[in-house]
Write a protein that binds this ligand. Structure first.
Ligand code: EPU
Length: 338
C-alpha cells in the first residue's frame, strides 16, 4: 500500500490552501478502500474527493484518503430513460459532458460545477433552477466503521437546499462510492425558466434550445461571473442564501426597499446572500491574499497564498457585518475543517 507522508494538499482543494496531510493515499478501488479503513496503524482518517467544498484551516494529522474511484456505466435503460452509475471520483463536469455527448438530458443546468460526483449528494448541488435531487436515484456508500456498502435512495438522503443526511446524521460515517442518476433520452424536460438562461438563449437567437444549448448558456453565465478555480482559488458560493420569514422580510423592506427575495412558500423567502454582502461594501475587496470576488460577492477567493485561517477571518467579518446591518445570520455552505 502506497502511503505517502507530509503531502501538500494545495492541488487537492479548489481554494488552493497549502496545508499538509500527515499521511496520504490514493484510493483506486472498493476492495482497497475497505482494506485501508481496516488499517489500525492509522486510526484517524480524512476523506478528500474533488476538494471543491471545503476550507482547510490547518494541517491534517490523519491518513488522508483521496477518492479516485473511476467509471461511468449505464445500468438500466428503456426507450425514454437511462440510469447512469458514476463512480465517486469522476469529475462532475466531465460526467455532464459525457451525458451530453450521449444525448442524455437532466444535467445540463448543472454544467461546470466544480468537484466530483461522489460529493454532489452531500450538499445536493444545484444551479439555475435544478438540483441534484431532481435526477438522483440512489448512491452507494461505504460505512467507515464496518466497511459495508450501503445503498441510500433519494428519500434516505433527506435532501434539502444545499443539504442532505450526509451533512447531518450521517456526517463522517460514510464514504460515498458511486451515484446513480436517471436521465432522459428524449422529450427532455428543459429548465430554462431561470432568468439568466432565457436571456443568454435569446441573445444567441435560440428559440428551441437543445440540452447542449442549455449547457452552453449555463457555461457562459458561470464563466462571466464565477472564477475558475484553476485560475483563482475558490469554493463557489461560500455562504448559503438565508431563508427568512415574510414578517422579517417586510420589516427589512421598510429600511431596504430594494432587497431582492424569492418566495419558497407563503411564509418563507430566500434572500441572495451575495446582495447582502455587496450592500455591506465587500464586493471586490481584498485583504492580503484573501478576497471577495469582484463579480459575485458570495464567492470568497484566494489570490495565491492566503491561509485557510485568513479566509475564515474574512468570512467571520462578513458574517458580523451582514448581521449588524440586516439582522440576518448567514451560514457557510462550505465545509470548514478546523
Ligand atoms: N447578487 C448581488 N450581488 C452579488 C451577487 C448576487 O446583488 O455580488 C444578487 C442579484 O440580485 C442576483 C441574485 O443575487 O440577481 C442572485 O445571484 P446569482 O444568480 O448569482 O445566484 P446566487 O443566489 O448568488 C446561487 C447558488 C449558486 C448557483 C446560482 C445560480 C447558492 C448558495 N448559490 O447563487 O451556486 O450557481 O444560484 O443558480 O445557492 C455554489 O453553490 O457554489 C454556487 C455557485
Amino acid at each position: 500500500m502506497n502511503i505517502q507522508e507530509n503531502i501538500s494538499l494545495k492541488s487537492y482543494n479548489t481554494f488552493g490552501i497549502d496545508v499538509k496531510a500527515r499521511f496520504f493515499i490514493e484510493i483506486n478501488g472498493l476492495a482497497q478502500l475497505q482494506k485501508v479503513l481496516e488499517l489500525e496503524a492509522y486510526p484517524k482518517k480524512f476523506i478528500i474527493s474533488g476538494g471543491s467544498n471545503m476550507l482547510l484551516t490547518k494541517d491534517i494529522d490523519a491518513l488522508v484518503m483521496h477518492i479516485n474511484l473511476k467509471g461511468i456505466t449505464v445500468v438500466e435503460e428503456d426507450e425514454d430513460e437511462v440510469v447512469v452509475k458514476a463512480m465517486a471520483g469522476e469529475n462532475w463536469h466531465e460526467l455532464v459532458l459525457w451525458s451530453l455527448d450521449n444525448g442524455y438530458g437532466g444535467l445540463e443546468n448543472l454544467s461546470l460545477i466544480p468537484g466530483n460526483t461522489g460529493t454532489a449528494p452531500i450538499q445536493n448541488i444545484g444551479a439555475y433552477g435544478v438540483e441534484l435531487k431532481d435526477v438522483f436515484v440512489s448512491c452507494s456508500a461505504m460505512e467507515i466503521e464496518s466497511g459495508n456498502l450501503i445503498a441510500f435512495d433519494a428519500k434516505d438522503c433527506e435532501f434539502g437546499y444545499r443539504d442532505s443526511i450526509f451533512k447531518n446524521d450521517a456526517k463522517d460515517k460514510y464514504i460515498i462510492t458511486s451515484v446513480n442518476l436517471k436521465l432522459t433520452k428524449k422529450n427532455h424536460d428543459l429548465n430554462t425558466g431561470y432568468g439568466a438562461i432565457e436571456g443568454e438563449l435569446k441573445q444567441k437567437g435560440i428559440v428551441y434550445p437543445t440540452i447542449q444549448d442549455v449547457s452552453n448558456a449555463v457555461i457562459a453565465i458561470r464563466q462571466s461571473k464565477l472564477p475558475d478555480p484553476k485560475e483563482l482559488g475558490n469554493s463557489g458560493s461560500f455562504f448559503k442564501n438565508p431563508v427568512i420569514s415574510k414578517k422579517n422580510l417586510e420589516k427589512l423592506k421598510k429600511v431596504h426597499p430594494n432587497i431582492p427575495s424569492y418566495s419558497m412558500d407563503k411564509d418563507q423567502f430566500k434572500v441572495p446572500a451575495g446582495w447582502l454582502i455587496e450592500q455591506c461594501g465587500f464586493k471586490g475587496k481584498r485583504y492580503g491574499d484573501a478576497g471577495v470576488h469582484e463579480k459575485q460577492a458570495l464567492v470568497l477567493v484566494n489570490y495565491g497564498n492566503a491561509t485557510g485561517g485568513e479566509i475564515l477571518e474574512l468570512a467571520q467579518l462578513i458574517h458580523q457585518e451582514v448581521d449588524s446591518k440586516f439582522k440576518i445570520r448567514i451560514h457557510p455552505e462550505v465545509n470548514i475543517i478546523k
